[in-house]
Design a protein around this ligand. Structure first.
Ligand SMILES: Nc1ncnc2c1ncn2[C@@H]1O[C@H](COP(=O)(O)OP(=O)(O)OP(=O)(O)O)[C@@H](O)[C@H]1O
Length: 232
């Protein structure tokens, strides 16, 4: 059984927009996926279906042997424990510190203080933001906020990471660094990672599977191989 499975999924919003049409694919554990397609192709919708923020109009979605479109709402926190999500609108609390924002998901999960301290130190070191730990998020640059979101998504060591346009406001080097972090996380933790992007240069910098949507249809599913995987 695949780790993630979409089986003939349709998503038609109440406005009548057909955001996804007859989409079927499967993803194995440890796969790194770029999700591409023009504006409005359905990339965010696809991620929201995996996160159970939206339900499909028809078809089934499987996550680790569980048919999540039939999952009782009471089980959603268990589903989301296995997910790390980087949203387009970041969802940080600007009036709180870097540290407070970082550990927020761990507190919700009821993780013990000593483990929170260990996990947060590891992530702050990974982000090279130890000296920003007590800074308010509103003092950070856009790129630093995006880095913090990346850390917050990975801090609980999820099995699946969904990153929706995580490099949107970043310069090319920072975008590369962010995807490289996700790429290494995928390899080291054997986690699956789905990154939606409009940035073609990133596709040329990392080997991986590319799922391409167009007007709600999955129009291509291919692999790209890059000979040298470090540096631009
Ligand atoms: N809540 C909603 N209600 C109605 N229509 C929606 C809703 N969310 C998205 N849509 C529509 O569904 C289609 C797919 O949107 P989606 O955000 O999934 O595309 P996308 O590929 O992520 O686009 P972008 O690259 O611009 O972020 C678009 O036509 C969009 O306007």
């Amino acid at each position: 059984m695949a780790f993630i499975g979409f089986d003939k999924v349709y998503k038609i919003y109440s406005s009548g927009v057909k955001a996804l049409q007859n989409v079927s694919f499967s993803i194995e554990e440890g796969e790194f996926i770029f999700l591409v397609g023009p504006t409005g192709a359905g990339k965010t919708t696809l991620m929201k279906l995996i996160n159970r923020e939206e339900l499909p109009t028809s078809g089934d979605i499987w996550f680790d042997d569980i048919r999540i479109n039939h999952l009782d709402d009471g089980y959603l926190p268990f589903l989301r424990r296995n997910l790390g999500i980087i949203f387009q609108d970041l969802k940080l609390i600007p009036s709180r510190t870097v540290y407070e924002n970082l550990i927020f998901p761990l507190q919700i999960m009821g993780i013990k203080k000593h483990l929170i301290s260990k996990l947060s130190s590891r992530i702050l070191a990974m982000l090279e933001m130890e000296n920003r730990k007590h800074h308010l998020v509103e003092w950070l640059s856009g790129g630093e906020r995006q880095k913090l979101c990346l850390g917050r998504a990975l801090i609980h060591q999820p099995q699946l990471v969904l990153a929706d346009e995580p490099t949107g406001n970043l310069d090319q080097y920072s975008a590369y660094e962010m995807v490289e972090t996700l790429y290494l996380y995928c390899r080291e933790e054997k986690a699956s990672v789905i990154v939606s992007t409009h940035n073609d240069r990133l596709l040329k910098s990392f080997s991986g599977r590319i799922l391409q949507l167009d007007q709600g249809h999955l129009v291509a599913d291919r692999y790209s191989r890059v000979r040298v995987e470090t540096g631009f």
